[in-house]
Design a protein around this ligand. Structure first.
Ligand code: FES
Length: 323
C-alpha cells in the first residue's frame, strides 16, 4: 500500500541532520507503527524512482503510535558520498511538497522487557528514540547509549534526556573522556539483558562480536544497520559466472553482485540490501565467498554453499553462482 505524504515541516537538528514531519496528503490519519519501524520513500533518483528507508521517530512517551498517528517524523543525515537520497531530501524537499511512501514495515521490532540496553550510533538514533519512548511509556527499566563523532553531531539530545533521564549516556569519539568503549559498555551489563543497537556497520560489527565473546547469545542481540553494502578497502573486481546461462559479468570493486545482476537486466529477488533479511540468497557452485551478511549462520558461511548477493563478494577472481 502506498501513502501520499505532505511535508508539514522541515526542521534542522544540526549541521548534518534534518527532520521531516509528514502528514497524510488527504488530511486523514496515518497507519500505526511500532518502535523499530521504517517507511520507504519513493524519491526521484538514479534516472527514475528509487526507494529509501527511514526509521519512524517518536519521542513522546505519552503516545502509542500503534493505533494510528496524525504525522510521521523521520530524520535524515546528509551523506555527501551516499547514493543521493539524503542529498535530495536535504536540498530539494520543502514544506508543502508531497512524497509517496510505502506503509510502515518493522524489521527491528522491540519486545519490551526490563533492563534493555539501547545503543545508537549516529543517525541510528531514530529507531532507538522510539524504543526509549515506548519503554518509558510502559514503565520498563532501560539504559541507553548514544554515540557520535562529536558532541555537536548528536541530535535530539534534549528529547532523549527527557525520556531516559540518568539512564542515558552520551559518547563523543573526539572526547577521550566520553568516547564509546564497547568493552566498558558490555562490562556494565549481563548477557541476560537484551541489547538493541542501530548505527553504522563498524559499530554493529564491533558490538556484536564483543557481546558474543562476552557470553551474549544471538537471541539477546537485536540490530539494524543504517547503511547498505559499502565497498571496503582492498575490495577487488571479480568475474561472476551465471551457471544456468553461462553468462559472465564483471563485479567491480564499488558494485555489489546484486547491482551487477540488476544492471544486466536480470530480476533477482532482494529486500533489505544490508545482508539481514536473507531474501537475496543464491547458491554457490564454484569460488570462495567473502561473507559479509548477518543472516547466514557460521556453519552456513563455512559450507560456502550460499551467498547473499546484496552484500557479500568473492575472495577469488571467479565466482560461479546457481543462477
Ligand atoms: S537483500 Fe536482504 S540479505 Fe540481501
Amino acid at each position: 500500500m502506498s501513502i501520499s505524504l505532505k511535508v508539514a515541516a522541515v526542521e534542522r537538528a544540526n549541521d548534518l541532520i534534518t527532520a521531516f514531519r509528514l502528514v497524510a496528503a488527504d488530511g486523514g490519519r496515518l497507519p500505526g507503527w511500532a518502535p523499530g519501524a521504517h517507511i520507504k520513500l519513493s524519491l526521484p533518483l538514479e534516472g527514475g524512482s528509487a526507494q529509501r528507508a527511514y526509521s519512524l521517530m517518536n519521542t513522546d512517551a505519552a503516545a502509542d503510535p500503534a493505533a494510528g498517528v496524525a504525522e510521521y517524523r523521520i530524520a535524515v543525515r546528509r551523506e555527501d558520498e551516499g547514493r543521493g537520497g539524503s542529498r535530495y531530501l536535504h536540498a530539494t524537499v520543502k514544506a508543502g511538497d508531497v512524497l509517496v511512501a510505502a506503509a510502515p514495515k518493522n524489521e527491528f521490532p522491540l519486545t519490551p522487557t526490563d533492563d534493555i540496553v539501547l545503543v545508537a550510533g549516529g543517525i541510528g538514533i531514530t529507531p532507538i528514540l522510539s524504543m526509549a519512548a515506548a519503554l518509558t511509556r510502559l514503565g520498563k527499566r532501560y539504559n541507553a547509549h548514544y554515540s557520535g563523532r562529536s558532541a555537536s553531531q548528536l541530535a535530539f539530545v534534549e528529547e532523549f534526556k527527557a525520556l531516559a533521564g540518568n539512564s542515558l549516556s552520551l559518547h563523543a569519539d573526539d572526547d577521550a573522556t566520553s568516547a564509546l568503549n564497547i568493552a566498558t559498555l558490555l562490562a556494565a551489563y549481563k548477557p541476560t539483558q537484551h541489547i538493541y543497537v542501530c548505527g553504522p556497520k563498524g559499530l554493529i560489527d564491533a558490538l556484536l562480536a564483543a557481546a558474543r565473546k562476552a557470553g551474549w547469545t544471538d537471541d539477546h542481540l537485536h540490530f539494524e544497520l543504517f547503511t547498505e553494502a559499502a565497498a571496503q578497502s582492498g575490495d577487488q573486481p571479480f568475474t561472476l559466472v551465471l551457471a544456468q546461462s553461462g553468462r559472465e559479468l564483471t563485479v567491480s570493486a564499488d558494485k555489489t553482485i546484486l547491482d551487477v545482476l540488476v544492471d544486466a537486466g536480470l530480476d533477482p529477488m532482494f529486500d533489505c540490501k544490508r545482508g539481514e533479511c536473507g531474501v537475496c540468497a543464491c547458491g554457490v557452485i564454484e569460488g570462495e565467498v567473502d561473507h559479509r551478511d548477518y543472516c547466514l549462520s557460521d556453519a552456513e558461511k563455512a559450507s560456502n554453499k550460499t551467498i547473499q548477493t546484496c552484500i557479500s563478494r568473492a575472495k577469488c577472481a571467479r565466482l560461479v553462482i546457481d543462477m
